[in-house]
Write a protein that binds this ligand. Structure first.
Ligand SMILES: Nc1ncnc2c1ncn2[C@@H]1O[C@H](COP(=O)(O)OP(=O)(O)O)[C@@H](O)[C@H]1O
Ligand SMILES: [Mg+2]
Length: 252
């Protein structure tokens, strides 16, 4: 494998009650790139991430992360990854700081290490001044940023971000983008899922467009757009329509 490929997804499949939610998905992610999974609700993005993150058993195929297979070496894979799930996973009655320290301790950090990592990550997502506030009082966007900070507690080499901006106010959205771009600049490899075209366009070096459990196109945003004409005018919305005959908002 080329040295730059950090993640190999090989003919990945997941069946739920006989229905193929993920139906033979393959792609590689290079070290240090932001790779986008773009597709409408129900396309199979979350199911793909959950298999890659070892939290859902795979029906077929394999995922290799940093040389480790998710089904043969899940513990090694977990060591390399951080996951910011689509659904918030937070203790609302705890402060932001205590949430991070709790999850850091779960990752095996000492109390001092967890505290240090927690403060560093709250700083990174722009919530250091709210460290001692209860998460229950936070806006949706602030809760998302706490969840992102939690995903960073084990200093992951590969970060999964599953629709991190859904239901998020513009200020938090900008903080999230800044954090992601900062992590990328420090060498973190990122898998980003979204159904927002403009986000994939702005953040991702390459995009896999998913529909009904399959990858229907994979390229840079610019190359995908060039297929349809002037890349400065074509939107990724046009691309989805061209590939599937459906509008994004009607899909799923
Ligand atoms: N735990 C589950 N049990 C049964 N079906 C599921 C489950 N999780 C997801 N699905 C189905 O798999 C398909 C893909 O879902 P998902 O991966 O959540 O898509 P996306 O994240 O792209 O919106 C959908 O048809 C969804 O209903
Ligand atoms: Mg999803």
């Amino acid at each position: 494998m080329p040295e730059t490929d950090f993640v190999l997804v090989q003919d990945l499949r997941k069946a739920f009650n006989g229905h193929m939610a993920v139906d033979g998905v393959s792609f590689n992610i290079e070290k240090g790139e932001i790779f986008g999974l773009l597709g409408p609700n129900g396309a199979g993005k979350t199911t793909t991430i959950r298999m890659m993150a070892t939290t859902l058993p795979i029906t077929g195929g394999d995922v290799i992360i940093g040389g480790h297979s998710v089904h043969r070496n899940p513990a090694e894979v977990r060591h390399l990854i951080g996951v910011c799930p689509q659904e918030l996973a937070l203790y609302l009655e705890l402060s932001a700081l205590d949430n991070l320290v709790f999850f850091g301790r779960m990752e095996g950090l000492s109390k001092a290490e967890a505290l240090e990592a927690a403060m560093r990550n709250l700083e990174l997502v722009g919530l250091a001044d709210r460290a001692k506030h209860r998460v229950a009082k936070f806006s949706g966007g602030m809760k998302r940023r706490v969840n992102l900070a939690i995903a960073l507690m084990n200093k992951p080499e590969l970060l999964f971000l599953d629709e991190p901006t859904v239901g998020v106010d513009p200020q938090s959205r900008n903080h999230i983008f800044d954090t992601i771009e900062g992590l990328r600049d420090q060498g973190t490899t990122i898998l980003y899922t979204t159904h927002y075209m403009e986000e994939a366009d702005r953040l991702c070096r390459r995009i896999a467009v998913m529909d009904a459990g399959r990858v229907i196109a994979l390229d840079t945003p610019r190359n995908l757009k060039s297929r349809l004409g002037d890349p400065d005018k074509v939107t990724l919305e046009d691309i989805f329509l061209d590939l599937t005959g459906r509008r994004l908002r009607d899909a799923g």
